[in-house]
Design a binder for this molecule. Structure first.
Ligand SMILES: [Zn+2]
Ligand SMILES: [Zn+2]
Length: 283
């Protein structure tokens, strides 16, 4: 368990602020391999095992068996169980918010894989409490990874065929990179606003807007497929739509059948608009 901001080890420290940098923390923002981390009652230091799927105490609020005072998992002191090495506490399902602990590259690709095959897992408590900012960072990296190889290829071809100056080609690549970085803030945010409003009409979202936005930001992981030139975009777009639907459905506890129209409305409208403009321009 390391500070999200500075990487300081937070074992055996009372929850509150990181002693090194002051970043707030609670053990419930993290996940661990179930059963390997112990949690101490803040009043009497009685130890409890973290047995829920995130390796946290279950239930999360209870009366301490020893001192009888109310205890919540947020306030407990976490440390590796007796004889358990620190590395063994890492959850097998660690994702992007755990990047400081498991390494950026592993965290990135695990999260991309999760978006592609198990997007509903983004409902996990840990991500639910994770901040939107880091989800934006993740989505920016994904869109960069998707757009840069394509942009380079396109402009190389363009430069060779029409003698586009190298300087102009470079500037166009720069624009693409800028768009890729801004994509989660410009495009995904608008898309999430429309989705959330529709969700309020169609279903009953249990969480606020930030949960919808975060789920959709992580759902963008599937966009990385677009790094495959030419056909990648069609596959990526389909995959992102599906991943976002399941992620939002899980995050808001709304059935996928109700989440789908909310998520697909804006992209559907866009595609319909493009088709209409295309047909009109042909006629
Ligand atoms: Zn810190
Ligand atoms: Zn106690």
């Amino acid at each position: 368990m390391y500070c999200r901001a500075c990487g300081y080890a937070l074992w055996s420290i009372s929850p509150g602020r990181c002693p090194e940098c002051g970043e707030p923390f609670a053990p419930t923002q993290f996940s661990f391999r179930p059963g390997v981390v112990k949690f101490l009652c803040p009043h009497c230091k009685q130890a409890y095992a973290g047995t829920d799927p995130f390796g946290l105490p279950a239930p999360s609020h209870f009366m301490c068996a020893r001192c009888g005072k109310p205890v919540s998992a947020d306030c407990m002191i976490a440390l590796p169980g007796d004889g358990i090495p620190e590395e063994a506490t890492i959850a097998r399902d660690a994702l992007w918010p755990d990047r400081k602990r498991i390494g950026r590259r592993r965290a990135f690709f695990t999260t991309v894989a999760c978006a592609m095959v198990q997007p509903e897992r983004f409902e996990g408590d840990r991500l639910r409490r994770g901040d939107v900012g880091e989800a934006i960072g993740f989505a920016s990296l994904v869109s960069l990874g998707a757009i840069v190889p394509n942009a380079l290829l396109l402009f190389l071809a363009e430069a060779m065929m029409s003698g586009l100056s190298a300087w102009l080609a470079l500037r166009l690549v720069g624009v693409c990179v800028g768009f890729a970085i801004a994509y989660p803030v410009i495009v995904v945010s608008v898309w999430a606003i429309v989705t959330h409003l529709l969700l309020k009409v169609i279903g009953r979202p249990t969480e606020g807007f930030s949960a919808t936005y975060r789920a959709m930001l992580y759902g963008q992981g599937a966009l990385l497929v677009a790094a495959i030139p030419v056909m990648g975009w069609v596959l990526a777009a389909t995959w992102v739509l599906a991943a976002s639907t399941f992620a939002v459905s899980a995050a808001q506890r709304v059935g996928a059948a109700r989440a789908a129209p909310a998520v697909l409305a804006l992209p559907g409208l866009l595609i319909a608009g493009i088709v209409v403009v295309f047909v009109l321009s042909v006629m």
